[in-house]
Design a protein around this ligand. Structure first.
Ligand code: SAM
Length: 227
């Protein structure tokens, strides 16, 4: 039997222009595409005039669907995994699928491109030589303890945060690490892209009081960093 391949394809984090030639070529060439939400992926595929069968895999059904996908690849089909935005497997579904594919000796090929964490880091203005990526912090249990631990983390820290908790997170940073310089990157690559830079307290004063819509990445500078 001739194994197919599994491509892990990064897609834009907002601006549809941010996709590589190779990603478009790969999406055009594979037998089927695995996505999180067909509505989101169809916008991208329509933009690039790509028509492919879509197979939905999300956090809820990932373990159930893996076997079927692996079987299809083992029977020779090629498949691309995309997520709603950025690089699959990075705070997104895909880790289990890749893990299973590797165990089954299926070739896994990355088609690199955008990731919100790296984009935020690259525009933050703080040290990039060594950093920790925390993804989403736990919403309740363990959150305060983790923040306490992170206060002692010397390297740059990258956190994903939602609109509902961004102010709350800044207040927590003000409590646990008031002296750390922070870059809050909102809606990167999109129309309302904006970056707030400064100490948590300064950013809280600058941010409008109403709920600020959008997606956020928070980059916390290393201990001792001065702008
Ligand atoms: N896999 C994606 C990646 O490679 O960046 C991350 C997916 S994760 C489910 C979604 C989170 O990434 C958002 O809640 C936000 O924290 C961050 N994010 C994604 N796109 C963003 C953007 N355009 N601007 C700011 N943050 C973004």
């Amino acid at each position: 039997m001739n194994n197919g391949k599994l491509y892990i394809v990064a897609t834009p984090i907002g601006n549809l222009g941010d996709i590589t030639y190779r990603a478009v070529e790969t999406l055009k060439a594979v037998d089927f595409i695995i996505c999180e939400d067909t509505r989101v992926t169809k916008i991208l595929l329509d933009h690039y005039q790509i028509q492919k069968p879509l197979f939905v895999v999300n956090a809820q059904n990932e373990s159930k669907k893996i076997e079927t996908i692996i079987e299809r690849i083992e029977f020779g089909e090629t498949c691309a995994l995309v997520s709603d935005a950025g690089t699959p497997s990075i705070s997104d579904p895909g880790v289990r699928l890749v893990n299973h594919a590797v165990k089954k000796n299926i070739e896994v090929i990355g088609i690199p491109g955008p990731s919100a964490a790296i984009n935020a880091l690259s525009i933050s203005g703080v040290a990039t030589d060594s950093f920790v990526f925390e993804g989403f912090l736990p919403q309740k249990k363990g959150r305060q303890k983790l923040l306490q631990t992170l206060a002692g983390e010397e390297r740059t820290i990258i956190i994903y945060e939602s609109i509902y908790r961004i102010k709350n997170l800044l207040e927590e940073l003000e409590t646990y690490m008031p002296e750390r310089y922070v870059a809050v990157c909102r809606e990167m690559t999109k129309k309302f892209e904006e970056v707030w830079r400064g100490l948590p307290k300064e950013i809280l004063t600058e941010m409008p009081n109403k709920i600020i819509k959008g997606e956020f990445v928070v980059v916390i500078a290393p201990i001792g960093f001065k702008m």
